[in-house]
Design a protein around this ligand. Sequence first.
Ligand code: NAD
Length: 236
Amino acid sequence: MSAAALVVLTGAGISQESGLDTFRDPNGIWSKYRVEDVATPEAFARDPCKVHAFYNMRRRNLLAGHVKPNAAHAALAELERRWPGEFLLVTQNIDDLHERAGSTRLIHMHGEMRKVRCTACGAVVPNDTDLSVDAACDACAKAGGLRPHVVWFGEMPLEMARIGEALSGCDLFVSIGTSGNVYPAASFVAEANAAGARTVELNLEPSLARSHFAETRYGKATEIVPAFVAEVLATH
Ligand code: NAD
């Protein structure tokens, strides 16, 4: 028998203890900003300065010295290194804390805060500086066409074909720190169930998708993720 295939989905909850706000929690990002003002293509067309300011603020926060990967990110990097079968980590997070912890087989389905995309030539390049409406593209030199490399509401998440393929062949699906509010990520558990996978939710509290999971464990990511990883590595 071949080794089990594993897909892990992460959301904002895994980075909360690293000092990054989640979206829908009481003090979360959406308690301070309206989605329609900062995270849609329409918002960017209407007021690009406001959208740039929002992501400039979040990028600066991500790069602040106190923001570091935590024990849950580290446990997933170790799981990837030691897992004997297929492994894919799909994150909804646009931070780079999984990479900083050592994860490599990783898809950022909602894009990456430390990259910029040119709407003129399509180039996607690393960027750690503030963006503005008149900044020029390094690849094609056109000014005024740069946007954050993030997926906004109403846009298609990235690499869905690769994710769908992994889900349809997975034996174990683990969802960590996500509220189950945003589709298509919220429906991954149904795809994993259809594939006959064991499905596990690890979150601070029951998510909207909790009834679809065969197993659930609730607590802080830095506590329940390392414990779960130790357990699965001991039994596979
Ligand atoms: P969320 O804020 O909706 O949910 C976070 C979940 O994590 C909650 O269920 C919460 O209980 C849990 N949690 C909080 N602290 C925790 C901790 N310490 N340990 C474990 N769990 C904890 O975030 P989400 O589910 O990731 O949201 C969906 C995705 O939507 C986001 O990740 C984001 O990529 C995307 N999104 C992006 C934008 C954007 O700015 N472009 C806008 C909206 C949504």
